[in-house]
Design a protein around this ligand. Structure first.
Ligand SMILES: NC(=O)c1ccc[n+]([C@@H]2O[C@H](COP(=O)([O-])OP(=O)(O)OC[C@H]3O[C@@H](n4cnc5c(N)ncnc54)[C@H](O)[C@@H]3O)[C@@H](O)[C@H]2O)c1
Length: 331
């Protein structure tokens, strides 16, 4: 029989959610508050927004602060049972591929500081949020939770990928050296209606939705359009992240994604169909398209989540992204 989620694990636990005002962090905070946990959210609000948490306002403690400050990390970790570390810079391809230094430095600092503070303050449980970007370009497809320290992370996200690899290494070492309970998850392309639009820094799904609903015609898409990705709604993504944090704290990475990938060409068609738009679509093969195929071997995830079935399918998710567009851009 499937394990009940959420179980009693979170009840009355003091939990620090870093980056809790962000895209994934806000969905995760909402879910966590249904479990009876006492939640503190910290965020510097560089991309996060308080209104993401408006449905649960007054139900958690909020601290505004920057986790590149190790002293602040120490103050926040004091007395916590669990730290779920989602803070960081996670941008789309266009920004990431030309800012490897920024992505490496910012994300590594936040991760190293927060886990070290948790260790010093004897926090028992910690979640490292890694990424599918740790995998090399030639990883097997669907991708198993390989040991990724052979070769480079995917080229377009190299700086970001290295930061995530360092976080995973720190987790592995701290587990062995200090016996901390640490879970690691590697999300694959989460999306959802709370996405924060940030121009050229934005991810592929919201970028395509915006450009199609803006009425771009012809619509020029980067790459051949044959590149394939798997998408998972943020609500399902964070539920799975919480299950991994609760049930698999052995510093062994777990993919948060499945092998149901779709080509970018077909995703464009789906968005056009759902929105009723009919642009002429051109594919610009002089522009990078990232890895040809990205999808997860979900064997371990299915075991840890006891066969959890995602609730939000891609067509419904695309409809939600259309509503996101109208809310965000007022058209
Ligand atoms: N969105 C994705 O496609 C994706 C995929 C895999 C992994 N992830 C990881 O999931 C986590 C959450 O990403 P997201 O998509 O919700 O991004 P997001 O930008 O919406 O959320 C990150 C949050 O962290 C905050 N933040 C950033 N730097 C900070 C700092 N120095 N101190 C305090 N707060 C800071 C931001 O204000 C924001 O609220 C990140 O670790 C990211 O790397 C995201």
């Amino acid at each position: 029989m499937a394990e009940v989620f959420p179980g009693d694990f979170w009840k009355n636990k003091k939990v620090l959610v870093t980056g809790g005002c962000g895209f994934l962090g806000s969905y995760l905070t909402e879910e966590l508050l249904t479990t009876g946990a006492a939640v503190t959210v910290v965020d510097n609000l560089e991309t996060g927004r308080m209104e993401n948490l408006s449905s649960v306002s007054g139900k958690f403690r909020f601290v505004k602060g920057d986790l590149r400050d190790g002293g602040l990390c120490g103050e926040l970790a004091e007395g916590m049972d669990v730290v779920l570390n989602l803070a960081g810079r996670a941008y789309g391809l266009e920004y990431s591929m030309s800012h490897h230094g920024d992505m490496l430095c910012h994300n590594t600092l936040v991760q190293l500081n927060m886990l070290e503070a948790a260790r010093q303050k004897e926090v028992k449980r910690f979640l490292v949020v890694s990424s599918s970007c740790v995998y090399p370009d030639d990883a097997v497809i669907p991708t198993l939770e390989l040991d990724v320290l052979t070769g480079l992370p995917e080229k377009v996200n190299e700086g970001y990928g290295w930061a995530k690899r360092v976080g995973e290494l720190q987790a592995r070492y701290y587990r062995k050296e200090y016996g901390m309970e640490i879970a690691i998850c590697r999300p694959f392309n989460p999306y959802g209606g709370r996405y924060h639009w940030s121009g050229e820094k934005s991810h592929v799904m919201p970028t395509l939705v915006k450009r199609i609903l803006d009425g771009e015609d012809p619509l020029v898409v980067w790459g051949s359009g044959n590149q394939r990705r798997t998408f998972l709604h943020a609500r399902d993504t964070v539920r799975l992240m919480l299950m991994v944090a609760e049930r698999h704290p052995s510093a062994e990475p777990v993919n948060i994604g499945y092998d149901d990938d779709i080509s970018i060409k077909d995703l464009v068609s789906l968005i056009c169909e759902v929105s009723g738009k009919k642009p002429k679509v051109l594919f610009d093969t002089s522009k990078p398209e990232g890895r040809f195929r990205k999808c997860a071997d979900a064997t371990l995830l299915k075991r840890v989540s006891a066969g959890y079935q995602p609730e939000i399918g891609l067509r419904d998710g695309v409809r939600e992204m259309e509503e996101w567009y109208h809310r965000s851009f007022g058209k």
